[in-house]
Write a protein that binds this ligand. Structure first.
Ligand SMILES: [Zn+2]
Length: 117
């Protein structure tokens, strides 16, 4: 697996989390809301599980489009990239030696220079 493959995998895996969570919550809601009908009553909010699953899918699609936009900008040469492997850098974090950004491809940390004050 190359560094670019690892970068793409890291960026896209997180966009699938809302889809999985939406499916799990929808499945639990369907089981809970179906309980009164199994006891002889009527089903409460029959469309709610589908709406929750569709909301998770929508959020997942939006995150995927955002990550695809980031990859497209990276292909255009825009955005901060790693000087070791050329992959995109992650978000800025606070570390022991000051703020840094982690490469999404290789395990390199890059210091963020704020300039001299
Ligand atoms: Zn790198």
């Amino acid at each position: 697996m190359s560094y670019v493959d690892r970068m793409c995998l890291r960026m896209m895996v997180f966009s699938l989390v809302p889809l999985a969570l939406g499916g799990l919550v929808a499945w639990l809601l369907a089981a809970l809301l179906d309980l009164p009908s199994r006891l002889g009553g009527q089903t409460l909010f029959p469309d709610l599980p589908l709406q929750v699953a569709m909301a998770g899918a929508g959020v997942s699609l939006a995150l995927s489009l955002y990550q695809a936009l980031r990859l497209w900008r990276w292909r255009q040469g825009k955005g901060a990239s790693c000087y070791v492997c050329g992959c995109l850098l992650g978000r800025e974090r606070d570390g022991r030696y000051g703020p840094y950004r982690k490469c999404l491809g290789c395990p390199t940390n890059h210091a963020v220079s704020k300039g001299l004050v």
